[in-house]
Design a protein around this ligand. Structure first.
Ligand SMILES: [Mn+2]
Length: 292
């Protein structure tokens, strides 16, 4: 399979610190060679913010417009776009590049990432990326400007254990399916991922392919200590790979992101980097050759 590994070395539009350092670390550690060793043809593309930093929202939009273009180019050459590292805002460029209206989103994250300026307790833009992609937050800056948004009913949020009250309300009001950690461990059962996917695809028939978004904090911090917002009670890597397998068995996966690795918070042994590399490799194999 052809892969385009997209390095997006920005956190909230800024370079040089925290999560913005993650993509380069993965690449320096040999990510491309590891994927090539598994038989993939790998191209690496580094995204550059095409405009000077003015403020977080403007910078996030600029980075993601460049990312959307690179995703379209990857798709045009028949490659699977894979974001390695970066923060959750990469979902904007990924969904836009894949065609927001035709894309179902399966979002693995301990947190909702579904706040709006009206509901956010923190004001933190990084708590809003799924909402921005859906045109629910900052529509004037992204969705309206692009003339297209992800349909919230085509979204499944999976693995949460740290939702704000406004996010719970927002998910219910806009029709996002929510599957908690237990629902992921008991695949196929009532309240599980399979049922949520089925419901999402039935209510949003325009969605013909899926974008799989993995914030690595969906895993238990035991496996990935190097994240900014660790939340106990998370998945094992095996749980996560199995869950993504359920997605890939039901709908073609057109794009994959593995985000939120912060090298500045990793332990001395590099546990998070090693886990992230393993995860990217396993998830690419899972979405490229789904086991039905
Ligand atoms: Mn996130």
């Amino acid at each position: 399979m052809k892969l385009t590994v997209l390095s997006v070395p920005y956190h909230l539009g800024r370079e040089g610190a925290g999560m913005a350092l993650g993509p380069a670390r993965y690449l320096e550690a040999g990510l491309a060679a590891r994927l090539e060793a598994r038989g993939h043809e790998v191209e690496v593309v580094e995204i550059r913010r095409p405009a000077p930093f003015e403020d977080e929202l403007q910078a996030v939009v600029a980075v993601n417009e460049a990312l959307a273009e690179a995703v379209r180019a990857a798709v045009d050459r028949g490659a699977l776009p894979v974001v390695a590292g970066g923060n959750c805002n990469v979902a904007l460029g990924m969904t836009a590049g894949l065609g927001a209206g035709e894309t179902a989103v399966v979002w693995f994250d301990a947190h909702g990432d579904y706040n709006t300026p009206a509901t956010t307790p923190s004001g933190f833009l990084d708590g809003m990326p799924l909402a921005i992609a859906c045109g629910v937050a900052h529509p004037e800056a992204w969705a309206q400007r692009r003339g297209e948004a992800v349909d919230p009913r085509a979204c499944v949020h999976a693995g949460s254990r740290d939702l704000d009250p406004g996010e719970v309300q927002g998910f219910a009001a806009t029709g996002v399916q929510v599957v908690g950690v237990e629902g992921l461990r008991n695949d196929g059962s009532e309240g599980g991922l399979e049922a949520a996917l089925r419901a999402a695809l039935a209510t949003a028939p325009r969605a013909v392919h899926a974008y799989v978004h993995v914030d690595i904090d969906v895993l238990d911090p035991v496996f990935v200590p190097g994240v900014d917002f660790p939340s106990p009670g998370g998945l094992t890597p095996g749980d996560l790979v199995a869950a993504v397998g359920i997605v890939a068995a039901r709908i073609p996966v057109a794009g994959l992101s593995v985000t939120a690795y912060d090298p500045e918070r990793d332990d001395a042994a590099g546990t998070t980097m090693a886990a992230g590399l393993d995860l990217i490799e396993r998830l690419v194999d899972t979405v490229v050759t789904p086991t039905a």
